[in-house]
Design a protein around this ligand. Structure first.
Ligand code: NAD
Length: 336
C-alpha cells in the first residue's frame, strides 16, 4: 500500500484523484491539498463525483505530517511557482511527482534552482520527477524509446497537433487564443503570450538520452488564424482572429540541427479540416516514422502517466530524476 498525497485540485489533480481511487488496494490517499479556501472541508467525493469521504484541506503541514511516500503536485508550471510545494514535500521525506513543465528538465530554465532541488532531495534521500504528456512523454520519452530500434540516429523531428478546446481561460490567454493578430504579436513581444511551455526541456531530455550536446535552442511562435468562427465556453474567435499558436523549437549541436519539435495548438482544429495527431520521425538507420491519430489526449495522458509513475518512483535514485532516467513507464494495473 503506497501512501500518496495530491497537491492541487484543478483539472489534472482531479483526474489523478480518479486514477488513484481506481486502485483502492494499492494506494492510500493520506491527504489532498487545495489552494482555494472555498474547497476547505469539501470531500474528494464531492469534488470529483466519486465515493470518497476524505476532506480536502489547505493545511499542507497536516497532510505532510502523515508521512506520504509520494506527493503528486499538480498546480503550476514554473520552478519558482512549485517550490513552495516541492520543498516541504521533500523535507517531509516524500518522493515528488510533479507535472510542472519546467520540472521535466529543470536545468534548462534555471541551473541553480535545479541544483538546489537536487541537493535537497539527495539530503532527504528522496526523488523528484517531472511528469506529464508534454513535456514528459510525446515529444521526448517516446522519441527516445523509438531510437532504441536504430543502429544510428542523426536527427529527430516530432510533431504534436492538438486541440486546445477542453482547456480553461489560463491556457487561452497564454496561447493567445481570441486575440487579433496585432495583439498576438504584442503579447509574444511582452511575454504575456508564451505558446507551449516545455520545448527546451524536451530537447534537453532527448539530447541527454542520446548523448548529444545541445549548444543552442531556438523557438518561434506564429499565430494560427481562423477562417471560420470558433468558440469554447471560455473564448470566442471571429474569422481573421487568432485561434491558436504554432510553436516550433530547434535544438542545435554546433550548427547542426539535431532536434525539431513542432506544436501547432488551436481550438477546434476540425472546423477547418485539421486532424489532431502525434508524429515522430527518427532519421538514421533505419529511419522510423511513427504516426498516431488522433492525439494522445493532453489531460488524460498527463494524469495517467503521472499516476503510472507512482509505483516506480520509490526505487529511483535520490535527487532529481527525469523520464529518460526512469525505467520504461507502463500502465499500472489495479490489484483486484
Ligand atoms: P488548473 O488551473 O485546472 O489547476 C491548477 C490548480 O492548482 C488550481 O486548483 C489552483 O488553485 C491550484 N494551485 C495553484 N497554486 C497552488 C498552490 N500554491 N497550492 C495548492 N494549489 C495550488 O490547471 P491544470 O490543468 O490542473 O494544470 C496544472 C499545471 O500543470 C499547469 O501549470 C499546467 O500548465 C501544467 N500541466 C502540465 C502538463 C505536462 O504535460 N507536463 C500537462 C497538463 C498540465
Amino acid at each position: 500500500m503506497i501512501k500518496v498525497a495530491v497537491w492541487g485540485t484543478g483539472m489534472m489533480g482531479q483526474g489523478l484523484l480518479g486514477f488513484i481511487l481506481d486502485r483502492p488496494k494499492d494506494v492510500e490517499i493520506v491527504g489532498v491539498i487545495a489552494h482555494d479556501p472555498h474547497k476547505e472541508g469539501m470531500t474528494v467525493g464531492e469534488l470529483i463525483g466519486r465515493e470518497c469521504d476524505l476532506p480536502i484541506t489547505t493545511d499542507f503541514e497536516a497532510v505532510l505530517a502523515k508521512k506520504p511516500d509520494v506527493v503528486c503536485i499538480c498546480t503550476q508550471s514554473f520552478l519558482h511557482e512549485v517550490t513552495d510545494q516541492v520543498e516541504p514535500s521533500v523535507k517531509a521525506g516524500a518522493n515528488v511527482l510533479c507535472i510542472a513543465e519546467t520540472l521535466a528538465y529543470p536545468w534548462a530554465s534555471d541551473q541553480q534552482w535545479a541544483e538546489r532541488f537536487d541537493a535537497l532531495a539527495k539530503e532527504h534521500g528522496v526523488s523528484i520527477l517531472g511528469t506529464g504528456v508534454n513535456p514528459g512523454f510525446v515529444l521526448d520519452a517516446l522519441p527516445v524509446m523509438l531510437s532504441s530500434a536504430c543502429l544510428r540516429v542523426d536527427r529527430i523531428e516530432a510533431q504534436r497537433v492538438n486541440d486546445l478546446s477542453p482547456f480553461g481561460p489560463t491556457v487561452m490567454k497564454t496561447q493567445g487564443v481570441g486575440t487579433t493578430v496585432e495583439e498576438f504579436r504584442a503579447g509574444i513581444a511582452d511575454g504575456t503570450i508564451v505558446g507551449h511551455i516545455g520545448f527546451p526541456e524536451s530537447i534537453h531530455l532527448i539530447a541527454q538520452a542520446l548523448g548529444w550536446k545541445i549548444d543552442r535552442v531556438e523557438q518561434t511562435r506564429e499565430p494560427i488564424i481562423t477562417g471560420v468562427e470558433r468558440s469554447t465556453p471560455h473564448v470566442h474567435v471571429a474569422p481573421g482572429d487568432v485561434c491558436g499558436c504554432r510553436h516550433i523549437g530547434w535544438g542545435y549541436s554546433g550548427d547542426e540541427l539535431k532536434i525539431e519539435l513542432i506544436h501547432p495548438q488551436q481550438i477546434h482544429p476540425g472546423l477547418e479540416g485539421q486532424e489532431t495527431g502525434d508524429y515522430i520521425r527518427v532519421f538514421g538507420d533505419p529511419d522510423i516514422n511513427m504516426s498516431n491519430q488522433p492525439e494522445i489526449p493532453g489531460g488524460k495522458g498527463t494524469y495517467a502517466s503521472t499516476g503510472n509513475y507512482i509505483p516506480l518512483i520509490g526505487a529511483a535514485p535520490a535527487g532529481i530524476v527525469t523520464v529518460v532516467d526512469m525505467p520504461l513507464p507502463r500502465f499500472w494495473a489495479p490489484t483486484v
